[in-house]
Design a protein around this ligand. Structure first.
Ligand code: APR
Ligand code: ZN
Length: 378
């Protein structure tokens, strides 16, 4: 079928909204009508070519939600009409990582997904001239419809508006997972969060849910610090102002926080997040740093029991966690609407990427089908 989709033809060139061909789902795949999709800083990384060569042409978009239209053979966990959030790591459940309880690192996803292919190593997407298109992060949801691996379609309650559910599959699972699965923050632990964009705000929400205190938000945009407070930050430090963020954090916590989260993806801020932790503390790097960029820390400080940790996609079982996160949102314990600073149609992808480049606003949600998404476009 023909669908409208956001195609990245070449890094550095604006994303084009155009018609492309989408093949029907094969065995173990699902066709979803996309309602809404969030625009994340990782999309900027792809669009700007920061993740190395070989990702184009690609239909972009990895965070979104929609309604199942049809299912391929042997799909039983969802049926047409079901509301789903996308999970961009549809774990195979059989490789050594999956069997070891690390489905976020699934080898099959890593092998085919890195080339923009689905779990059988092929694509369902083509340009009108027949050129094969990559599926952005296995999801390709900046499009009217998408075919994804069955494991990437996670059923969610129909009561949760799809424009909010759209955020679950990247920002929410990544941010809250970093708090719960990586740092394992306990009540009373002190936390600092560097970068309060769409993902960082979810780290703050996760820290609040875990009972952390204080929760110190660091950003260079005052508007972000306001949003951070709404999500549960107890203190805000403007990194662009007179304040030196690390001294401010050390002052507030008598020597450093238990956990610092870097949610920007820059070596300078990784260094700051390292400096902000106390002896025995842990810095968790959530931000995606461009390929080829190195980060350094004064290595003598490893002697004070400090740890530097990476994380990918919340480091848990994202597909298994998304329904619980949806339930938290429905219960009012997770404010998804509060991080959405802009909505636009599918045509608004490039403007949303530009806002992220400028550091303006938090999440833009593209209302690919506003009625289905449950929110008017204006
Ligand atoms: N100091 C403090 N804050 C900064 C700095 C800096 N030097 N540089 C950027 N920021 C802030 C921006 O103002 C913004 O609020 O970091 C935030 C980044 O947020 P977004 O651009 O909205 O990015 P987001 O989608 O949240 O992703 C954050 O996580 O998953 C990864 O790839 C993603 O690396 C990205 C990171
Ligand atoms: Zn993302």
């Amino acid at each position: 079928m023909r669908i409208r989709a956001a195609v990245l033809h070449e890094p550095g060139r604006p994303v084009e909204i155009e018609e492309v061909e989408l093949d029907p789902p094969k065995s173990n795949e699902v066709l979803v009508r996309v309602a809404a999709a969030g625009v994340c800083h990782s999309d900027v990384r792809y669009a700007d070519g920061d993740l190395g060569p070989g990702h184009c042409p690609m239909v972009m978009g990895h965070e979104g939600a929609g309604v199942v239209e049809s299912v391929g053979e042997s799909v039983t966990h969802v049926a047409p009409g079901d509301h789903v959030a996308f999970c961009f790591v549809p774990a195979c459940r059989a490789c050594r990582y999956c069997l070891a309880g690390k489905p976020n690192l699934c080898e099959i996803v890593a092998e085919h997904g890195a080339r923009g292919m689905l779990m059988d190593g092929t694509s369902r997407l083509r340009l009108l001239d027949g050129t094969t298109l990559q599926h952005g992060l296995r999801t390709a949801c900046f499009a009217e419809r998408t075919v994804i691996a069955a494991g990437g379609a996670v059923p969610i309650p129909a009561e949760l508006p799809l424009w909010q559910a759209a955020l679950l599959g990247c920002g929410v699972v990544t941010g809250i997972g970093a708090v719960r699965n990586v740092a394992r923050v306990q009540p009373g632990d002190s936390v600092a969060v560097f970068g309060c964009g769409g993902v960082g705000l979810q780290v703050i929400a996760g820290a609040r849910l875990a009972g952390a205190d204080p929760i110190i938000a660091v950003d260079r945009v005052p508007e972000k610090l306001e949003l951070a407070r709404v999500q549960g930050a107890t203190h805000a430090v403007n990194a662009a102002g007179e304040d030196r963020p690390v001294s401010a954090i050390r002052r507030l916590t008598e020597g450093g926080v238990d956990y610092a989260f870097e949610v920007i993806g820059r070596p300078e801020t990784i260094r700051l997040a390292w400096g902000a932790i106390r002896p025995g503390g842990t810095t968790v790097v959530v931000g995606l740093v461009p390929e080829g960029v190195e980060a350094t820390v004064p290595a003598i400080e490893f002697l004070s029991d400090k740890s530097l940790r990476g994380t990918y996609y919340g480091s848990g079982d994202p597909a298994a966690e998304i329904p619980g996160l949806a339930a938290l949102a429905l219960a009012g314990d997770l404010d998804l609407a509060g991080v959405v600073t802009h909505v636009d149609g599918l045509d608004g992808v490039e403007a949303a990427l530009d806002r992220l480049r400028r550091g303006e606003g938090a999440r833009t949600v593209l209302l690919v089908d506003a009625e289905l998404a449950g929110r008017p476009l204006s």
